[in-house]
Every structure is written in structure tokens, then in C-alpha cells.
Design a protein around this ligand. Structure first.
Ligand SMILES: Cc1ncc(COP(=O)(O)O)c(C=O)c1O
Length: 402
């Protein structure tokens, strides 16, 4: 008998889904390998190089021998620098002891969820949501409760809908502003309304993922933890991937009330020990150095945002909400579902994205990956030439449906 390890996989491993983003990227690679010209707006990754001062700091750190294990929660110098950044830029009052570094914000999120959520316990995610939230809740054995919103609501659910989803088992509400995949940003009044709900539910905490805070084109960044009484009720998540174009460096962090920070440190210790040592040294340079590199990137994203908005608005039937932040557009394309592509009926955004890719050479991600079946996600962390080409192909494709 041939040994097949499939039957040995845990329920956890079997339930884990590779996700539509990975599937679309894989398909793009396969088509390109066959010689097809494909423009991809799939990946949420800055196409810029990490600013030079940060790269130099990493090289110096390597040369100076910062190649050993780091303390589990992170080096003191960086935890201090993050506490200072949160104080000065965000108005958040955390001490270094409240800060826990991780190998990417993704891991910081998993550390937080594993620290708070277990079987039978619930976490609320606001759809459209970043796919990893649901995955980490599932991994922890918890229940992911989805609260939906529409493009007409600018992808921010009315607060009453969130309040109605809270049960005695609810421990966490995920908040992501600026939001992947919608680009939505919560203003102070909206956050205050959410804080009111949290005040009325004394066993609920908010996980505020602020990783896109710098990629903001309109309005002001308000950190949820600054609202009255919310510091003790919030886990603030952030990282270096998006704002500093450091995706491959894998560094993120959480700022949390002390008992949660200690628990998260334990998770970090079990899973990987302290985050990469010389990357932490470079991160200090990122926080304390000049920000002109970051500002230049944001300026480019804004130009691209304008291109994408006007390109999508020019397609009759596409419904789009404002994009005050991030590098994503999340148009509602439900007007195009149920139509014919040749003799195939396109019923779902998954089918629509497959067809756009295979027939029109443009890769975007179906909204189902984000708990939103009517939309598709375009990442404009891509060159203007690619964005222009992609928009033209999307338009040709959508208007060809009958
Ligand atoms: C909303 C959100 N949070 C967190 C992350 C994870 O970032 P990191 O690269 O720091 O793990 C991403 C990455 O796509 C994201 O979109």
C-alpha cells in the first residue's frame, strides 16, 4: 500500500483554504508560462523598493553582528521607538512593555487571536474583510461572525448592525481602517459610535488593524484606541510592509493592554521566537528616519487611485465607492452577473475573474475572497502603464457581456 499522509492531516489543516488571491496569482503564472500576455492587479504589495536609509540600516546591523536571536517581544530600542511613534503620530499612550513584535502583522494578528479566542468563542469581522482575519479565527477554533456592508454604504456597516451581531460569546471585533479590500476609512464620528457599542459590552475588545495608515489620500487617520476608554479595550496592529514597502522583511507589531501583550509574547515564543534581529534594527531607522520616501510613494498611489476611479467610473454598470485610502479599488460588478460570455453564463465574480483572466488577460481578485460576492478587487500597487492596460481590458471584457 502506498503511504498517503492526507488522511493524517488535522481538521485544522484540512479546513485551511489557500484563498482566491493565491489561486489567481497561480493561474496568472501558468498563463504567462504558456506565453499569454497577462496584466495582474492581484497582489497587495508595494511595487517600490524599500527606502535606502532602511536598507542601509539593515546592512549596518548585519555587519555589526545583529544576527542572533532577538528577545521574544522585540528589542527594547524598537519597542521604545514604536511606543514613541504611537504617542506622537497616533496619540496612543502605550509603554514599551505593551508592544510585541512579530514576523509580519499577519503573525501579530494570529498571536492576538490565539491569545483571546478559543472554541465556542466569537469574533466579528466586517465584510468585505481581509481574508486572513477569518482564517486566523478558524485556526484558533473560534467562530467568525460576519457583518456585511454594501458599496452604497461605502463598505462601512451601520453601527446597529454590528451591535446586533454581538452575543455573550463575542470577544473581538476586527476593525481595519483604511480597509483592505475596500479602501474605506472610518472617521472620528463613526469610530465614536463603535466605541459606544464597545462600552456597552464590557467583554468585547477591538482589534484595530492600522497597517494602511500612511496610505491615506483624504481625511485624517484616527486610531480607535485614542477614543475615551478605548485604550484598555483595543489591540492596535501595525507593521512595516505597506507604508515602508517592506513586505519581504516580515515585521509587524501589536500594542495591547499588558495581559494581552504578555499572552501574545507567549504565542510568538511558541511559534517562532523573537522576530528577525537585523530587521528590527532597520525598523528603528524606518521609524526615526526621514519620511520623504514614504511620502513619494503615497503621492504615486494617489495618482493611480485617481486613474483607477476615473477608469472604473467610465464603465457603465460598475458601481464604485470613494477610495480615501489603501491601494485597492473594490467595485461592485453585480450588474454584470447573470450575463452571457459567448455561450457561458457568468453567475459569480469567481467565474467573472476567471473569464477576465483567461479571455481578456487581466487578473483581479473575486470579492468572495473577502466575504463579498458582488465585487472584485483591483490592486493599484502597480505601474501606471499596467493600470491603464488593465482598465482597458476590464472595460472591454465587461462591455462584451450580453
Ligand atoms: C489589512 C491587512 N492587515 C495585515 C496585513 C499583513 O501584513 P504583513 O505583511 O505585515 O504581514 C495585510 C497584508 O496584505 C493587510 O492587507
Amino acid at each position: 500500500m502506498i503511504f498517503d499522509a492526507t488522511s493524517l492531516l488535522s481538521n485544522r489543516a484540512s479546513a485551511a483554504d489557500e484563498g482566491a488571491i493565491i489561486r489567481m496569482s497561480q493561474k496568472t503564472r501558468e498563463l504567462r508560462a504558456k506565453g499569454q500576455d497577462v496584466v495582474a492587479l492581484t497582489i497587495g504589495e508595494p511595487d517600490f523598493a524599500t527606502p535606502e536609509n532602511i536598507r542601509d540600516a539593515a546592512k549596518d546591523a548585519l555587519d555589526q553582528g545583529f544576527t542572533h536571536y532577538a528577545p521574544v517581544a522585540g528589542i527594547a530600542e524598537l519597542r521604545e521607538a514604536i511606543a514613541e511613534k504611537l504617542r506622537v503620530e497616533n496619540g496612543l499612550n502605550y509603554q514599551a512593555a505593551n508592544i510585541v513584535l512579530a514576523n509580519g502583522t499577519k503573525q501579530a494578528i494570529t498571536n492576538a487571536v490565539l491569545s483571546l479566542i478559543g472554541p465556542g468563542e466569537e469574533a466579528i469581522v466586517l465584510a468585505p474583510y481581509w481574508v486572513s482575519y477569518a482564517a486566523s479565527i478558524k485556526l484558533a477554533g473560534g467562530t467568525c461572525v460576519v457583518v456585511e456592508s454594501t458599496v452604497a454604504e461605502n463598505y462601512k456597516p451601520p453601527i446597529a448592525r454590528i451591535a446586533a451581531a454581538i452575543t455573550p460569546a463575542t470577544k473581538l471585533i476586527f476593525l481595519n481602517s483604511p480597509c483592505n479590500p475596500t479602501g474605506a476609512v472610518w472617521n472620528g464620528a463613526e469610530l465614536e459610535a463603535l466605541a459606544d457599542v464597545v462600552r456597552k459590552n464590557p467583554r468585547v475588545m477591538v482589534l484595530a488593524d492600522e497597517i494602511y495608515e500612511y496610505i491615506l489620500f483624504e481625511g485624517a487617520m484616527v486610531s480607535f484606541g485614542t477614543l475615551p476608554g478605548m485604550a484598555e479595550r483595543t489591540i492596535t496592529l501595525n507593521g512595516f510592509s505597506k507604508g515602508f514597502a517592506m513586505t519581504g522583511w516580515r515585521l509587524g507589531y501589536a500594542a495591547a493592554p499588558l495581559p494581552v501583550a504578555v499572552a501574545m509574547g507567549r504565542m510568538q515564543s511558541i511559534i517562532s521566537a523573537g522576530a528577525n534581529m537585523f530587521v528590527q534594527k532597520a525598523a528603528v531607522a524606518a521609524l526615526q528616519g526621514p519620511r520623504d520616501g514614504v511620502q513619494a510613494m503615497v503621492k504615486m498611489y494617489k495618482r493611480r487611485r485617481d486613474m483607477v476611479l476615473s477608469g472604473l467610473l467610465a464603465i457603465n454598470g460598475v458601481v464604485i465607492s470613494p477610495i480615501p485610502g489603501t491601494f485597492y479599488a473594490f467595485p461592485d460588478v453585480s450588474n454584470f452577473l447573470g450575463r452571457l460570455a459567448g455561450n457561458q453564463v457568468i453567475e459569480t465574480t469567481d467565474q467573472l475573474c476567471d473569464w477576465l483572466l483567461e479571455v481578456h488577460g487581466v487578473a483581479v481578485v473575486p470579492g468572495t475572497a473577502f466575504g463579498a460576492k458582488n465585487s472584485i478587487r483591483l490592486s493599484f500597487a502597480a505601474s501606471e502603464a499596467d493600470i491603464e492596460k488593465a482598465l482597458a481590458r476590464i472595460k472591454t471584457g465587461l462591455l462584451a457581456l450580453s
